[in-house]
Design a protein. Structure first.
Length: 283
């Protein structure tokens, strides 16, 4: 496969320059800046690099393109800071973090997966079952109304539909869901390529190359079945552990019952493995 053309990702950098670097990947795919206020929470302890992932382009968007983008960004961080960053991903971003870590053994201090997506048919089927069970007729009607609204383009339909997921994805949120914008085509193409790679046996088998410690952070009430996802990864990822909480959905940093425990656990895991920079921040 031809290497994707290099692009400069839109990037926010938050936090102190003398703190360990952390690369933070949003979900979706195609939902940049959807992690608020998690970047700000983590920037108290780490130098957080928050890129917006590549969107639609001239050709189909592939997992390889996303990986190449983030490996270039990782190299920029290493060149500027002198140490390997931690990588933290949410949902689709957690899946992408595993793929990126597998592509560069030794390239990351540690890997944290928050609300990770699925890697096999059984887990996807369970996700769909849970999703359907949580979708009552009133919510289904609201989804249909968004889909049928002729005044909305596909990006805005995806954004509004994603916001409607909150009753399914959250248990007792103390913070609002934040989805500033969506790229529906990037979502569709990226996910289709991930499924193609899974069906072809590339993933999760390829995760055997990961040599960094990996920790899953997962809500017990997330429709993505954390226990099943952990079980599918455990035979392949040599240093994998799962931390989970009751009364917690897909975004632990928003949940009343889990927010503080989640942030404490995530910070502790990254601190245990990441190192402060050896070089000043490049300008």
């Amino acid at each position: 496969m031809d290497s994707p053309a290099a692009i400069d990702l839109e990037l926010r950098v938050l936090g102190p320059a003398d703190a360990p670097p952390l690369l933070l990947l949003h979900g979706g795919p195609g939902a940049p800046r959807s992690l608020a206020p998690l970047p700000e929470d983590l920037a108290r302890d780490f130098e957080v690099y928050e890129p917006s992932q590549r969107g639609r382009g001239d050709g189909p968007l592939t997992v390889d393109a996303h990986v190449a983008d983030h490996l270039r960004l990782r190299q920029r961080i290493v060149d500027a800071r002198g140490v390997e960053p931690a990588i933290v991903g949410h949902s689709w971003g957690a899946m992408l973090a595993l793929v990126i870590a597998a592509a560069t053994p030794g390239g990351f201090a540690c890997v944290a997966l928050v609300g990770c997506g699925t890697f096999d048919r059984a887990s996807r089927a369970e996700y769909k079952r849970r999703f359907a069970a949580a979708t009552d007729p009133a919510l289904a009607a609201r989804f249909a109304a968004v889909d049928d609204d002729p005044t909305l383009d596909e990006d805005e339909r995806l954004r509004r539909s994603a916001l409607l997921l909150d009753p399914i994805y959250a248990v007792d949120p103390i913070l609002p869901a934040v989805i500033p914008r969506c790229d529906a085509r990037a979502n569709r193409e990226s996910w289709a390529d991930m499924i193609r790679l899974q069906e072809g046996g590339v993933y999760p088998d390829g995760f055997a190359a990961i040599d960094a410690p990996v920790r899953m952070f997962h809500g017990d009430d997330d429709p993505h079945p954390g226990g099943m996802i952990f079980a599918s990864l455990r035979p392949l990822v040599r240093d994998l552990a799962l931390e989970s909480w009751p009364r917690c959905g897909h975004e632990p940093w928003r949940e009343r019952a889990a927010r503080e425990a989640f942030l404490s656990g995530l910070r502790g895991f990254v601190r245990a493995h990441a190192r402060p920079p050896a070089a000043p921040r490049s300008q």
